[in-house]
Ligand binder design. Structure first.
Ligand SMILES: NC(=O)c1ccc[n+]([C@@H]2O[C@H](COP(=O)([O-])OP(=O)(O)OC[C@H]3O[C@@H](n4cnc5c(N)ncnc54)[C@H](OP(=O)(O)O)[C@@H]3O)[C@@H](O)[C@H]2O)c1
Length: 509
């Protein structure tokens, strides 16, 4: 299909007016993969752009004594993972503010020592007792760490003091409705809701935030963004990789818990919500919640689960899920999950949202496709084949190859009136240059600023779990014949059947 590139006016460089207060970012689980690969590079990108406060420090906390190696290891992560030159003039002074403290998460004494250690750093770096705790740890530690922070008197500012304490909690937040409620109760017993920042790194992505800009900052899309013009919506989060050695994790999680309940539902809420009256956290969260609560209970017959068997990915043979390391050879875990959702409100009634998330599909792509209703094409029916142009589409590419494409019909040059589909394509990289940001920059900055707009609220987490928990329960009760798709394909036949039953098909990605 021919592509027409969209020209973009010279972009204005982003200038942030907001700068966080002096503070210490304390990362629990700092010897883990997330800290080195994402968090430290993101913090350094903020420093490069002058967005960190002058009085600032980072403290990594984990079990082993890594005081000698932590800072050099993090520097390695910033250089290799963050695309930063080793000679970057801000790097050496930044690394001096990267510290390490060893304690076991179950050690009350260790938390008291940590408290004293942070107070010393306040004196050294002028960080004014403001704390952003980041729980980059396995979920079984979330509640324990927060309870110990409370016990050590670190979870709330001292009475009458003006400092702040905030806590970022990684995913997954619960494994079903009951566990999410329990975790919310445990966390809320120590912290007030405005101290809690439940992170979903998808919301740090420019392409996800841009969904709201695309819809609400332009005059031409919103008038057609409803059931009068839209036939259906597809949201796909496809990965070509398998589980990458994370067998025990994936055996517990699966595609529904790992991606469908959180990332896909966040994206769906941005696509479907009404315009909020501001970008304040309460306003945006309220609109998202309305969308999730308007979704009809999902019949299990409107869901599809699958598991990859052996196949070929990128020309190389790939093993099936059951042959992966530390996976039960008879596992019933779903590496593919799809569902048809109905949002029963005035904007969306009758417009199905088909969502799917999976490992080992034909290609890595996360995309939202808005499929418009076909216009009457009678006018073009006299020319052979000319009416078969497909519907108009808006494709929002979340990752990789971030951008937006609009598909429409155009006249094929020639003496007859033949119509063919063409794409008008906007590419983030071409318009704004390639960015080395990984999405955590915006979220870390917002948390330091106390802005929770892009973080999940208690009610939202419970609303999405309420939708999917009955599906998880139904799937657990009934064994099916797995594996049911070959690695490197687009998933089980039942996934195509889900749309075919409605006279539709997944858009080719
Ligand atoms: N990795 C990613 O890209 C990614 C992406 C999205 C979300 N997440 C989420 O982020 C969280 C962390 O992921 P990760 O991959 O960085 O984890 P990880 O590599 O497994 O790291 C675990 C960390 O926890 C520490 N730890 C474990 N038990 C401890 C204990 N009893 N006392 C003190 N420290 C203890 C380990 O310290 P020692 O080394 O000293 O044992 C290590 O620093 C998880 O919730 C994950 O779901 C990760």
């Amino acid at each position: 299909m021919p592509n027409t590139e969209v020209s973009v006016n010279t972009p204005v460089p982003h200038k942030a007016e907001r700068k966080p207060d002096p503070c210490i970012v304390v990362i629990f689980g700092a010897s883990g993969d997330l800290t080195k690969r994402k968090l430290l590079p993101a913090l350094y990108h903020l420093e490069q752009h002058g967005l960190l406060p002058h009085d600032f420090a980072v403290v990594g906390v984990a079990r082993r004594d890594l005081s000698a190696t932590f800072a050099p290891d993090m520097k390695d992560g910033i250089v290799k993972g963050g695309g930063v030159e080793e000679s970057d003039p801000k790097l050496a002074p930044f690394m001096e503010r990267v510290q390490y403290f060893a304690t076991n998460f179950d050690d009350d004494e260790g938390f008291l020592k940590l408290k004293a250690y942070l107070a010393d750093l306040d004196t050294k770096f002028g960080t004014k007792a403001n704390r952003l705790f980041y729980l980059a740890v396995a979920p079984e530690f979330f509640a324990d760490i927060i309870q110990r922070l409370g016990k050590a008197g670190m979870a709330t500012p001292a009475e009458g003091a003006s400092n702040w304490v905030r806590v970022i909690i990684e995913k997954p937040f619960g494994t079903d409705l009951k566990s999410a409620r329990k975790l919310n109760d445990e966390v809320n017993a120590v912290l007030s809701e405005n101290q809690i920042f439940r992170i979903d790194h998808y919301l740090g992505k420019e392409t996800v935030q841009n969904i709201l800009v695309f819809r609400f900052a332009n005059g031409i899309f919103e008038p057609v963004w409803n059931r009068n013009y839209i036939d259906h919506v597809e949201i796909t989060a496809a990965e070509s990789i398998g589980i990458e050695g994370r067998g025990p994790f994936y055996e517990q999680a699966g595609a529904l818990r790992d991606v469908l309940q959180n990332h896909i539902m966040e994206v769906l809420s941005f696509v479907a919500m009404e315009p909020p009256d501001s970008f304040a956290a309460e306003a945006v969260r309220a609109e998202k919640l309305k969308v999730w609560r308007s979704i009809e209970p999902i019949p299990v017959t409107d869901t599809v689960r699958g598991q990859y068997g052996p196949g070929t990915v990128d020309g190389k043979p790939a093993v099936g899920y059951r042959e992966e390391e530390r996976v039960n050879p008879e596992s019933q875990q779903a590496t593919f999950a799809a569902a048809k959702l109905h949002i029963e409100n005035w904007r969306w009634a009758g417009v199905p949202f088909y969502v799917r998330a999976a490992k080992r599909l034909a290609k890595r792509v996360t995309e939202v496709t808005i499929v418009f209703k076909q216009p009457p094409l009678h006018l073009f029916k006299t020319e052979a084949g000319s009416s078969d142009i497909g519907p108009n589409l808006i494709s929002m590419r979340i990752q990789p190859d971030e951008g937006i494409a609009l598909r429409f019909g155009a006249k094929v040059p020639g003496p007859t009136t033949n119509v063919a589909p063409v794409n008008m394509d906007f590419s983030y990289a071409k318009a704004f240059g390639k960015s080395s940001a990984n999405g955590y920059e915006r979220l870390l900055l917002d948390a330091m600023l106390g802005d929770a707009t892009l973080f999940a609220h208690r009610d939202g987490v419970e609303a999405t779990w309420a939708l999917y928990t009955p599906i998880l329960e139904a799937w657990a009760k009934e064994k099916i014949d797995l594996p049911n798709y070959a690695a490197g394909t687009w998933g089980p036949k039942a996934s195509d059947d889900l749309l075919a039953a409605d006279g539709r098909a997944w858009t080719e990605l």
